[in-house]
Design a protein around this ligand. Structure first.
Ligand code: MN
Length: 438
């Protein structure tokens, strides 16, 4: 894992006052990367870094000679319309730009006047998916999610025998990844109604969200080569929030024998900001397997994994219906949990993905799978919270939900907190359901 350095110093503050208020997702210790432009403009999308309620325009800052050496080269690369070139430069380049930003944004910096002219208010900005994602792979790393889902099909034997040995995943669809705020049209497809012998065709009736984290690959590996546990984290650029929307009724009919298809490919929403693995270093925690479970095969194990393989990221899902918004009712919290409960870590996902020689490329996205925690209130999808739709969730408007209805808005958010450390967050990942095509 990246070592702690001066960029993690909890005492450090910024001349951007909103970065120091203790509630922002973006204190100076965070410095996440994204791609933005002024909302409603024809400006090109370009790389930026969030600080408090502002964005540092990296291209403008590089032109204003705020950076030098490796940091300047990195800032030029990161000012493009996608972050792929910057991601490909590797950890040394990412760290040098982070360190330079930490210095330039720090209180008392000689660059304050020049950098102040490179700020754009987040309230004036719109965002794009920050990388050109060549491939998107979705995993299934929560044993609690896998067990909750398995119980609905196999009450006596919920977990399939491979689960504790191999990180389960499938190759997803990159073209339909959308940025937070993009509306999500209810998909249509085939499903088999209960008791029926033939499928019906029409709008999805069991539309669900999935609370996940997205893992962006930084530097890749050559086809035929592999990435070992020792090097896996050096290939990870950072993490975002990911809502892997799911059509449960379509999935139930189509998923055997090759896995999900149309039930997953109509859209997946990512949050705008990528929090680097370096920024997350203070929130690492030990990873372990219950003694009664099989321990990972040697290629998926390491001392670092045991020592600090997990990351404690607090996750929240809220829902707001059309009626709730009309009545000015605040979004309703459906779930709170943490990424630290994952059965397989991000290093294990990178290592397993490449062990047969599959090449990962800069900007590729790995989904963790639904991150349900150990208790029922920590379930990261409606299909779990409602026991397959049998126990609807009550909303403060008097409505109930088994699955999502048109107009429902789902928001994922996340933050890290640790004793003596500043709170830092991921922003939000929001999508609102639009009616299906006629
Ligand atoms: Mn998923």
């Amino acid at each position: 894992m990246p070592a702690l350095n001066h960029t993690h110093d909890p005492a450090r503050t910024s001349w951007v006052a909103s970065a120091n208020d203790g509630v922002t997702d973006f204190p100076i210790q965070n410095l996440p990367f994204g791609v933005f432009r002024r909302a409603g403009s024809n400006e090109p999308f370009r790389g930026g870094v969030a600080i408090g309620d502002q964005i540092v325009d990296l291209g403008a800052a590089a032109t204003a000679n705020v950076f030098s050496g490796a940091a300047r080269d990195a800032a030029h690369a990161a000012s493009a319309s996608t972050l792929n070139t910057f991601m490909a430069m590797g950890q040394t380049a990412w760290s040098s730009l982070r360190a330079a930003l930490c210095d330039a944004l720090g209180r008392g910096s000689i660059h304050e006047a020049a950098l102040r002219r490179c700020l754009v208010s987040q309230s004036d900005a719109e965002y794009a998916v920050p990388a050109r994602v060549g491939d998107y792979t979705d995993f299934y790393t929560s044993v609690y999610h896998a067990t909750n889902i398995g119980k609905q099909f196999r009450p006596d034997n919920p977990l399939l025998p491979n689960y504790k040995w191999v990180p389960i995943g499938y190759h997803g669809r990159a073209s339909s990844l959308v940025i937070s705020g993009h509306p999500l049209r209810r998909p249509v497809g085939q499903s088999l109604p209960p008791g029926a012998t033939q499928p019906s065709f029409g709008p999805c009736k069991r539309l669900d969200y999935e609370l996940e984290m997205g893992i962006y690959v930084g530097s890749g590996n050559a086809l035929g080569e592999r990435i070992s546990m020792a090097n896996a984290e050096a290939h990870v650029f950072g993490l975002c929030l990911l809502n892997d929307w799911s059509a449960r009724d379509i999935q139930g009919w189509e998923y055997q024998p090759l896995g999900p298809f149309l039930s997953k490919n109509f859209g997946s929403t990512v949050s705008p900001w990528i929090v680097t693995l370096e920024a997350l270093a203070p929130y690492r925690t030990a990873w372990s397997r219950p003694a009664e479970d099989p321990q990972p095969l040697p290629y998926l194990d390491s001392a670092d994994l045991r020592d600090c393989g997990a990351i404690d990221i607090q996750l929240v899902v809220t829902l707001s219906s059309t009626r709730m918004r009309a009545q000015n009712i605040a979004p309703h919290t459906l779930c709170r949990t943490s990424y630290r409960h994952a059965y397989w870590t991000l290093a294990q996902l990178i290592t397993h993905h490449t062990v047969g020689g599959c090449n990962l490329q800069p900007g590729d996205l790995l989904g963790t799978g639904t991150l349900s925690g150990p208790t029922p209130a920590e379930a990261g999808a409606l299909v779990e919270l409602t026991a397959g739709g049998k126990l609807p969730v009550s909303l403060p408007s008097g409505e109930a939900r088994s699955f999502l209805e048109d107009g429902d808005s789902v928001t994922l958010s996340a933050h890290c907190a640790a004793a003596g450390r500043p709170r830092m967050g991921f922003g939000t990942c929001e999508g609102t359901i639009q009616p299906a095509l006629a």
